[in-house]
Design a protein around this ligand. Structure first.
Ligand SMILES: [Zn+2]
Length: 315
């Protein structure tokens, strides 16, 4: 017999789909900010997966990925297991389109949280108390920043075989070995033996349909691999990245890329140029390693020393 899920006093029975509220916080305007949670449960035993996005309020690709997933019939009629989907964890920051909370804190440095702490600490506490104990594993969706566009990638810790299994089943084009950072959901969930992998795709405040589609397809592959749904999505040839390096601007000027994000490049290949605005100077940017481009700077104007191209080097 499967037991009931209880999330902050709201009961979700086996076989039930329900929209509930993780918690509600009042702003200084008396406006209540709720964190909606969508729970989809089958009557049959299977894993419980968490999909979360909007930890950083300006990272919209993950929000769109979850929005599209939860409207699908097969998600609303899971064959086994359960899905807990939180499209916008950080509703307050999403309202303002900002990465951080109104007090300047980064929610993803507030874990494991405290029920009497700052707003971020309280949201982190709610997730750790009500959601993490229910799940087997999860994917937390992020994007690059305002300048950096990340090619679609899953970040996990290669040292832990369960992390690698989930990453391979998700089958993002690129899988990166990435150590835990203090204060993150990923690290604190791992301490409870609940692997959370981070998906990164695109950049903040901008939809990137390639990254959105790869995110959706990864979730469908993952759920299919546990027999939760029927959709068959072809796998990517995933590349495992162990090390990374940034190519920085050795001159200031207008930056042009010659290669696409995600492409394989060889050491010495021409990746782009930096020109001055007056047409008399052009610096070549050559690759410093053999590897895959996992992130690019989209700023047209760069200063000497700026990070331009992030290269991931295979295992
Ligand atoms: Zn983020």
């Amino acid at each position: 017999m499967l037991s009931d899920f209880i999330i902050n006093e709201q009961v979700i029975k086996p076989g039930e789909n329900k929209q509930i509220v993780l918690n509600s916080y009042q702003l200084h305007t008396k406006t209540n900010i709720e964190i909606p949670v969508f729970v989809f449960r089958s009557n049959r035993k299977g894993p419980t997966i968490l999909l979360s996005a909007g930890m950083h309020g300006e990272e919209t690709n993950g929000i769109e990925i979850i929005r599209r997933l939860i409207t699908r019939d097969e998600i609303q009629n899971l064959k086994c297991g359960a899905l807990i989907a939180i499209p916008v964890i950080n509703s307050v920051s999403f309202l303002f389109g900002s990465r951080d909370l109104p007090d300047g804190r980064d929610l993803n440095r507030c874990f494991p949280g405290n029920k009497n702490g700052s707003l971020g600490s309280r949201i982190a506490y709610d997730l750790m108390k009500y959601i993490i104990p229910l799940i087997d594993f999860g994917i937390d969706f992020h994007t690059g920043g305002a300048k950096i566009n990340n090619s679609p990638q899953i970040r996990c810790v290669f040292e832990f075989p369960e992390n690698v299994t989930i990453a391979e089943r998700f089958s993002a084009p690129i899988i990166i070995n990435s150590n835990y950072r203090e204060g993150t959901l990923r690290k604190e969930a791992a301490k409870k033996d609940k692997p959370i992998l981070v998906y990164e795709g695109g950049e903040s405040m901008r939809f990137d349909y390639h990254a959105i589609n790869e995110g959706i397809n990864g979730c469908l592959r993952l759920m299919k691999s546990y027999h939760m749904i029927d959709s068959d999505v072809p796998r990517n040839h995933s590349v495992k990245i162990e090390k990374d390096t940034w190519i920085r601007a050795h001159a200031s000027g207008l930056f042009h890329m010659n290669v696409l994000n995600g492409a394989y490049v060889g050491k010495g290949d021409l990746l782009g140029v930096i020109c001055n605005p007056f047409g008399d100077v052009e610096h070549k940017i050559l690759s410093t390693a053999d590897g895959y481009i996992i992130g690019i700077n989209n700023q047209p104007v760069v200063n000497q020393g700026d990070a331009l191209i992030h290269i991931g080097i295979e295992d």
